[in-house]
Design a protein around this ligand. Structure first.
Ligand code: TXA
Ligand code: MG
Length: 357
């Protein structure tokens, strides 16, 4: 693919914090980005979960460019991003179940993606040939304003090289996609830090990917309705298991450095001593780091946040996974955390990031 020059535009943080969608929509940078999208080009933009790589979801040529830029397998469908309920009606067909209505009225805009039957406005290229479509209304003011300005449903996977950790900062997108896309909007770090929760709401309720909205939060809203949680046993695709969400079968979120998980109850001092000064990276909670009270040679340590604050760990996770590749270590270890709440999504990503091929 030819190398194109990638512009990186920073949007003033004050403007984002004001959350004035009308004023953001008329910002000259957002207008330029919206024009690119209307013309079938790609734009990377921040959402509250991770940065997305957007294209007009109704334009198959535009969508094809996403797969090329990311090196994404063709059988992995995209999430369509919307900014109002009218757009949902245009991209789906059939009726929304009661459960779906409850979920979207509580969690939209926000990190929840629903799988519904697709309408003919969405080409097969966007859904990888599936007759369903994944839809989400992001909460980040910049994504909201961009979708409004383009006045289009926007197909957007995470804006990383396929297989790499998702990007939660504009520089992560630059590292992965510079030379491959025309524009990156920098709206600061993504606050949630892990991707949206993907739920199939066509019949009953199935969680296809744990994410920014936890199982506990979903159960609180829907009451006694059973939830089928397809990822809770960390089932990876092999010859016997075909995941319901095509994206979940791939090795994912992985740094180039080989990563292994260590239990959070480990005796960290003893463990480090056993590594024989072997040039190793550690991604640890701040509590575990505090236990290390001796001088370390040949060990690089990264703080993933407090073990008591899984939201903080979620928002740091992809950044620390990327930092491991910037220091040259032979291999790295990451500490496990409790799978309560958003900790489940964090551990799902950590498991996948540590799969050895
Ligand atoms: O938070 C997020 O969801 C981010 C931001 C950018 O919105 N997007 C994101 O997209 O994570 P991506 O492409 O990296 O992951 C989309 C996931 C994949 O696992 C894919 O297989 C699944 O959603 N998916 C998309 N359409 C689907 C469909 N029709 N049926 C089942 N799974 C689907
Ligand atoms: Mg992704």
């Amino acid at each position: 693919m030819t190398n194109i020059s990638t512009k990186l535009y920073k949007i003033d943080n004050k403007k984002i914090e004001e959350k004035n969608i009308n004023s953001l929509k008329n910002d000259s940078i957002i207008r330029e980005a919206a024009l690119l999208l209307k013309n079938g080009e790609l734009v990377a933009f921040p959402t509250e979960t991770v940065y997305g790589l957007g294209a007009d979801a109704t334009n198959e040529n535009a969508v094809r460019k996403i797969y090329t830029a990311k090196g994404r397998p063709q059988d992995n469908p995209l999430i369509v991003h919307i900014s109002n309920i009218e757009q949902l009606k245009n991209v789906m067909s059939g009726r929304l179940s009661k459960v779906a209505q409850k979920l979207i009225s509580h969690f939209w805009p926000g990190p929840l993606t629903i799988i519904v039957k697709k309408s003919s406005n969405i080409p097969d290229q966007t859904t990888a040939g599936m007759d369903s479509v994944a839809v989400r209304m992001p909460a980040h003011p910049l994504s909201h304003a961009l979708i409004e300005a383009a006045n289009l449903p926007i197909a957007a996977p995470s804006a990383n090289r396929s297989g790499a950790p998702s990007p939660t900062r504009a520089e992560h997108v630059m590292d992965d996609l510079s030379g491959k896309i025309p524009l990156i909007l920098d709206g600061g770090p993504s606050s949630v830090g892990v991707e949206s929760t993907v739920v199939d709401v066509r019949t009953g309720l199935k969680i296809l990917r744990p994410g920014g909205i936890s199982l506990e939060e979903i159960q609180e809203i829907i009451g006694d309705i059973p939830v089928y949680d397809t990822e809770s046993d960390h089932i990876f695709a092999d010859d016997n298991t075909k995941p319901l969400s095509p994206g979940m079968k791939y090795k994912h979120y992985s740094p180039d450095t080989s990563l292994s998980i260590i239990d959070r109850d480990i005796d960290i001092k003893k463990f480090i001593a056993e590594q024989n000064n072997n040039n190793i990276g550690f991604i640890l909670t701040e509590e575990t780091i505090r236990e290390i009270d001796f001088q370390l040679n040949n060990v690089k340590i990264f703080n993933m946040g407090s073990g008591n604050n899984p939201h903080e760990i979620a928002s740091n996770l992809y950044d620390v996974l990327r930092k491991i590749d910037k220091v040259s270590v032979n291999n790295a270890f990451i500490e496990s955390i409790s799978e309560k709440g958003i900790g489940k999504a964090v551990m799902n990503r950590i498991y996948k990031a540590s799969i050895k091929e």
